[in-house]
Ligand binder design. Structure first.
Ligand code: SAH
Length: 358
């Protein structure tokens, strides 16, 4: 049996993906190899896309064969389960993890950029009422290497260097704190993506925003507000009961004090729920003093949620009111809609197809 025919995961093997150059060097030395092989391994993992140790042709044949017989480690790459391209250039991937779970990732090319929308959990426990991932339930946190794998996969398949990362895929990043922070370090140091080009989006978890501030990273924190009042927010975000808007805003203020960085607020616009001109005014008051940027996301229809996307006119009015209050606003125009591009939708479709076929 060659290493190429080995199953992707052997139960007690620890993944090499996600380790730093010095950790990889430690590992090659523990295998009786000279330390310079650590640098080679690092290069093959993060630049050359090696999926198996046997693929690393700079390694001696005898060592590669030894590996095939007795794997004491594995790289830990996931299998590409599905790859969909859309007319606007967005590419969606479903990755199959070693335990068979499926996770979604999206590559979004814009002029010179390639942004990857990365997942941090399989499913999500937050259960926001309008979100496809939330509707699908929660399975587990992603391991550090499973987060990093998404970036490498998009880079390899789209044959373009990834320039930006948004943690806006499936899951709540701050509920998978250690792996999130660990993955950011690798994405930055080992894959070479600048921290300023990384955005972490959260709906807010008690104590985690000030904790994240103490990491003193140069990344952008995006906070999903979705409502200017506690009452409306609690209607769409179940966790708002346990973590009220007032406490979330206090934590955001603390974050700004600790880091000196601006927060970007996200606001999914839901017709008749949070899209009135009055609510835009309330939102402007809520974020007064933050010098923040507001990212409006007109609702993407999710088949089993009862919301509607606001009209173009309602979107424009909402934006105009915010701008009148000197708030900088952008509207996220959904790309790749025809490939079920909105969060968690591709995996959602996949789950339904599976259910039908069982
Ligand atoms: N858990 C993180 C990341 C979620 S995805 C968070 O809550 O921030 C990124 C953004 O897309 C979040 O603001 C999320 O609320 C929003 N979103 C999810 N489903 C959506 C939908 N169907 N239409 C529009 N925005 C959606």
């Amino acid at each position: 049996m060659t290493a190429n025919t080995l199953p992707n995961s052997s139960s007690n093997a620890l993944p090499l993906l996600g380790r730093s150059q010095s950790e990889l060097t430690e590992w090659v030395v523990s295998q009786g190899q000279p330390s310079y092989r650590g640098k080679q391994l690092h290069d093959w993992l993060y630049n050359k896309g090696a999926r198996n140790l046997a693929d690393i042709t700079v390694f001696p044949k005898s060592w590669r064969e030894e590996f095939a017989l007795n794997p004491t480690a594995e790289i830990g790459r996931a299998e590409i389960h599905l790859h969909k391209q859309t007319r606007d250039g967005t590419e969606k991937f479903l990755l199959k993890l070693a335990d068979g779970e499926i996770v979604e990732t999206v590559g979004i090319p814009t002029s010179k950029r390639l942004t990857v929308c990365v997942s941090t959990q399989v499913g999500c426990p937050m259960a926001c009422d309008f979100c496809a991932t939330g509707k699908g339930g929660f399975r587990r946190n992603l391991a550090k290497h499973e987060i990093i794998d998404q970036v490498l996969t998009v880079q390899e398949v789209m044959q373009q260097r990834v320039s930006h990362i948004v943690f806006m895929g499936m899951g709540e990043p701050l509920l998978n704190y250690e792996n999130l922070v660990g993955a950011i370090a690798v994405i930055n140091k080992d894959i070479g993506i600048g921290q300023r080009n990384i955005t972490v989006s959260t709906v807010g978890i008690p104590n985690q925003i000030p904790r994240f501030a103490e990491e003193h990273l140069q990344v952008t924190l995006a906070v999903s507000l979705h409502a200017p009042t506690q009452e409306v927010r609690a209607q769409v975000i179940p966790s708002a009961d346990r973590y009220p808007l007032i406490a979330l805003m206090d934590d955001c203020r603390e974050y700004v004090e600790i880091t000196g960085r601006r927060i970007s607020f996200e606001y999914t616009l839901l017709a008749g729920v949070n899209d009135s001109a009055e609510q835009a005014k309330e939102l402007a008051h809520l974020i007064r003093g933050f010098q923040s940027h507001v990212n409006i996301i007109p609702y993407n229809t999710v088949s089993d949620a009862d919301y509607k996307r606001p009209s173009e006119r309602a979107i424009q009015t909402f934006v105009q009111v915010l701008e009148d209050y000197k708030v900088t606003v952008s509207v996220r125009r959904t790309r790749g809609l025809e490939a079920d591009a909105a969060c968690g939708q591709l995996r959602g479709q996949h789950q339904k197809t599976l259910a039908k076929s069982i």
